[in-house]
Design a protein around this ligand. Structure first.
Ligand SMILES: Cc1cc2nc3c(=O)[nH]c(=O)nc-3n(C[C@H](O)[C@H](O)[C@H](O)COP(=O)(O)OP(=O)(O)OC[C@H]3O[C@@H](n4cnc5c(N)ncnc54)[C@H](O)[C@@H]3O)c2cc1C
Length: 474
């Protein structure tokens, strides 16, 4: 192994190969559920160096774990605990290569932090709409490798829909130059969409061509109180009808989720939550004017109040007020983390069946474990719930997870299956859900995935054990 370390040092410079010291931020996952041990953390500066690293690892049969911002929710980006894997950190590859204003595209390197890309686009008068709670640390490479979703999907789609091209270092150390930025190219298999969402198991994304949009003329945010989840779903239908394509965000938050924000971040002054089972955060991005957006929003809220879909609502009067409302939504994840580990599910259900799913699954859980609390929130506009289960008051959360995690997961995922949903809406599979996937994914789809993995990474060099179980990929 010393020969490999020496070779890696020759490729990227000794200061960019770390084998000792505090490697915790690379080796432990964001949720602190797992800790691994890397043979070395290697940080290349360009695509050529990535190719050379892959070739060196291939020769020595050392597997590679690509890592961006290490904000994975499914233990996807840390090494295993054997101390034999190279952790490839993309964070030094953080250049914006070019902007093409006529083509409405920007080419960025994989290690660019999402927020940096949003800011560069905005300085040039454009919007890059991908928007996640982790945007201050997650990277474009990670976003594409997980096909990240977030809060603007209802209008702009997932990371996949925002990408027009990729540059990828393959598992054999070749470069696929696919950054063209074409909106039409029917010349064969869709390689771009194959690498997007592949969680580092097929190759390493080194750069991407991303779509830009004109900045909206106005953005408005509102907060509404809904007596139950059926009403929140009805409000979504009404918002689509009233706002049309201007509807750019539709987030739903259950009362218990908001109570955690109120407990841990009282300064955020959560509105309307105490007397309401659910609150909804809506955003409209209007291409005409602030007045147009406001009158549409007022119409929507007026109708929703008259039809008793909602019980109360506030429309933000300033950018500061809008930001304060979004901060509440974004801090639910932190509030949960402060409270202690809980059993998380990132699921999607057809919007029309969400209310029945929630009622049925809530009942099953509370019958099974008296006092268990459900932290239910998510991107209702996309049918995506973060449906998490927290220990009853007074029960140690580590004991709770140890005793109940498997059974609760089975209960929730069986219910997801019954309602025609997916066990991973946006966070991916990682190693956390890899064994579960085989019970819920179509067997033919799994077989096709195994065939692709074997064809593109025959030695299982790339992030082994993630997304596809090792058994499948050998
Ligand atoms: C507070 C918080 C809020 C979040 N909110 C959302 C949300 O709303 N929507 C959502 O979808 N996710 C969300 N996430 C999850 C996470 O931020 C996303 O999955 C994000 O896209 C991961 O980016 P990253 O750079 O941190 O990737 P990492 O965590 O470093 O890696 C994720 C996966 O991608 C692979 N990978 C990383 N870079 C590359 C590359 N260049 N080439 C090939 N493979 C690579 C890794 O091996 C791993 O499998 C949230 C996470 C946190 C902590």
């Amino acid at each position: 192994m010393n020969d490999l370390i020496k070779e890696l040092e020759d490729i990227v410079g000794a200061q960019h190969v770390q084998t000792t010291g505090d490697l915790g931020r690379f080796e432990e996952d964001w949720r602190k559920r797992a800790k691994g041990k890397a043979l070395a953390v290697v940080s290349p500066k360009n695509t050529f160096e990535v190719c050379e690293i892959v070739k060196a690892c291939l020769r020595t049969k050392v597997s590679i774990v690509p890592q961006g911002g290490n904000t994975s929710m499914v233990v996807g980006a840390i090494p295993n605990d054997t101390g034999t894997q190279v952790l490839l950190s993309l964070t030094r590859m953080n250049q914006v290569r070019s902007i093409d204003k006529d083509n409405l595209t920007i080419i960025v390197e994989a290690g660019c932090v999402l927020q940096q890309v949003q800011q560069v686009a905005e300085r040039e008068g454009f919007l890059f709409p991908l928007s996640l709670g982790s945007q201050g640390s997650c990277t474009i490479g990670g976003n594409l490798s997980t096909n990240a979703g977030g809060t603007q999907v209802v209008r702009y789609g997932n990371a996949r829909e925002l990408c027009l091209g990729l540059e990828v270092v393959t598992a054999s150390g070749d470069v696929w130059h696919g950054l063209s930025g074409l909106r039409k190219d029917n010349t064969g298999y869709d390689l771009r969409n194959l690498y997007i969402g592949s969680e580092g198991t097929l190759g390493i994304i080194t750069a991407a061509t991303l779509k830009l949009y004109p900045l909206p003329a106005a953005k408005l945010t509102a907060w509404a109180a809904a007596p139950n989840i059926e009403s929140a779903v009805k409000l979504l239908g009404l918002a689509h009808k009233t706002l049309g394509p201007s509807l750019s965000g539709f987030e739903m938050m259950g009362q218990f989720a908001l109570s955690l924000v109120d407990k841990h971040f009282p300064q955020l002054n959560v509105p309307l939550w105490k007397n309401s089972a659910y609150c909804v955060l809506l955003e409209a991005s209007d291409n005409e004017s602030e007045e147009h957006a406001r009158s549409q929003f007022e119409n929507l809220m007026q109708t929703a109040l008259e039809d008793e879909i909602i019980t109360d609502a506030v429309i933000a009067e300033s950018i500061a007020q809008a930001k304060a409302l979004w901060l509440i939504r974004e801090n639910i994840t932190m509030a949960q983390a402060t409270e202690g580990l809980n059993i998380k599910h990132d699921i999607s259900i057809p919007v029309s069946r969400i209310a029945d799913f929630v009622e049925s699954t809530d009942n099953l859980i509370t019958q099974k474990i008296k006092g268990a609390a459900i932290v239910n929130f998510g991107h209702l506009g996309d049918g995506n719930l973060h449906y998490n289960v927290q220990a009853p008051v007074g029960v140690d959360y580590k004991d709770f997870l140890r005793i109940h995690e498997h059974d609760i997961n089975t209960l929730v995922y069986d219910s997801v299956k019954e309602f025609g949903g997916s066990i991973s809406a946006e966070h991916g599979v990682g190693s956390l859900k890899v064994d579960t996937l085989k019970d819920y994914k179509d067997p033919t789809a799994l077989n096709l995935m195994r065939t692709i993995k074997l064809a593109l990474d025959p030695t299982n060099l790339m992030n082994p054990g993630r997304l596809i179980n090792d058994q499948y990929s050998r």
